[in-house]
Design a protein around this ligand. Structure first.
Ligand SMILES: NC(=O)c1ccc[n+]([C@@H]2O[C@H](COP(=O)([O-])OP(=O)(O)OC[C@H]3O[C@@H](n4cnc5c(N)ncnc54)[C@H](O)[C@@H]3O)[C@@H](O)[C@H]2O)c1
Ligand SMILES: CC(C)C1=CC=C(C(=O)O)[C@@H](O)[C@H]1O
Length: 246
C-alpha cells in the first residue's frame, strides 16, 4: 500500500526545531520529500531527528527575495511543490501594548504575518499552474482570542487566520487549498520566551489540563496537507484541549 504523501514535495518553514521539526518528521514518515527552510540550517542531526531532508535552505521568510530565490531552487532540485507549511514564527516582547517598542512590533509582523504572505504568494503561483497544492499555516490560539502582553504576536496570528480565509476563497476552484491550525501552548523554546505567569495562565485555560505536544500538531497537519483533505479550505483547525469550542 502506498504512503499517504508518497513522492510529494513539502516545504516546512522554521523546520530546524520545535513544532516545525515535528511536522517535517511526520510528513517524511508519510512519504513526502522534505525541504527545510530556516534562518540557519547547519548542524542538522539526521540520527537525532530521525530522517534526512531532501533539501535544507537558509531562508529568511520576512524577505520576499530570499523566499523567491529558495523556491526557485526547490523547483530546480525537486521539480514541484505540493505542500507548504508556514510554521516559522517569533514571539517578541511580553509587555503591555502601550509600551510595545515599535521596531519590535514591526519585526513580529514582518516574520509572523508578512512571512506567511510572502511564502504563500510565491508558492501559489506554482500550485495554481499545477492545479494542486495544500498550504497549512500555523496560527495560534492567541490569534483567535488575543492574549494580553503579546499584542503583536496576537495581531499577526489573527492576520494569518484572516489571510488564509481570504486566499482560500480566491483559490477554491484551483485545486489549491489553504487552512490554518490554531494550537494552544507547546513546550518549545518559543514558549520559554513567555513569563511563567503567562504560561501558567495559558495552561489553566485548557480543560484537558496539559500542554499540547508537537506530535499532535504534526498528526493533524499531515492529514490537512494531503489529498484526503479535499473539501475543507479557509478553515481554522483548533488544537486547544477543549479551550476553544467555537
Ligand atoms: N510553542 C507554542 O506554544 C506555539 C503555540 C501555538 C503556535 N505556535 C506557532 O508555531 C510555530 C513554531 O513555533 P515553535 O514553538 O516551534 O517555535 P521555535 O522558536 O521553537 O521554532 C521556530 C523556528 O522558526 C525559525 N525562524 C524564526 N524566524 C525565522 C525567519 N525570519 N525565517 C525563517 N525561519 C525563522 C527559528 O529559527 C526556529 O527554528 C510558530 O509560528 C509559533 O507561533 C507555537
Ligand atoms: C508565544 C507563543 C508561545 C504562544 C503564546 C500564547 C499562546 C496561547 O495559547 O495563549 C500559545 O498558543 C502560543 O502561540
Amino acid at each position: 500500500m502506498s504512503q499517504y504523501l508518497e513522492g510529494q514535495a513539502a516545504i516546512i518553514t522554521g523546520g530546524m526545531r520545535g513544532i516545525g521539526l515535528g511536522i517535517a518528521r511526520r510528513l517524511h514518515a508519510a512519504g513526502a520529500r522534505i525541504v527545510i527552510w530556516d534562518l540557519a540550517v547547519e548542524g542538522w542531526d539526521s540520527v537525532g531527528n530521525g530522517f534526512e531532508p531532501a533539501l535544507r535552505q537558509a531562508v529568511d521568510v520576512s524577505s520576499l527575495s530570499s523566499v523567491q530565490a529558495a523556491f526557485a531552487e526547490v523547483l530546480e532540485r525537486l521539480g514541484q511543490v505540493d505542500i507548504l507549511v508556514n510554521n516559522a514564527g517569533i514571539n517578541g516582547p511580553v509587555v503591555p501594548s502601550w509600551e510595545y517598542p515599535a521596531d519590535a512590533w514591526d519585526k513580529v509582523i514582518a516574520i509572523d504575518l508578512n512571512g506567511v504572505f510572502y511564502c504563500c504568494r510565491t508558492a501559489i503561483a506554482h500550485m495554481r499552474e499545477r492545479g494542486y497544492g495544500r498550504i497549512v499555516n500555523i496560527a495560534s490560539m492567541a490569534g483567535k482570542e488575543g492574549v494580553q502582553y503579546i499584542s503583536a504576536y496576537s495581531a499577526a496570528k489573527a492576520g494569518v487566520i484572516a489571510f488564509t480565509k481570504a486566499a482560500a476563497k480566491e483559490l477554491a476552484q484551483d485545486g489549491v487549498l489553504l487552512n490554518c491550525v490554531a494550537p494552544a501552548m507547546v513546550e518549545t523554546p518559543l514558549m520559554a520566551e513567555m513569563t511563567q505567569a503567562h504560561i501558567d495562565a495559558s495552561k489553566a485555560k485548557i480543560p484537558m489540563g496539559r500542554f499540547l505536544k508537537a506530535e499532535e500538531i504534526a498528526n493533524m497537519v499531515t492529514w490537512i496537507a494531503g489529498p484526503e483533505c479535499s473539501f475543507t479550505t479557509g478553515f481554522v483547525f483548533d488544537l486547544s484541549g477543549g479551550r476553544a469550542t467555537y
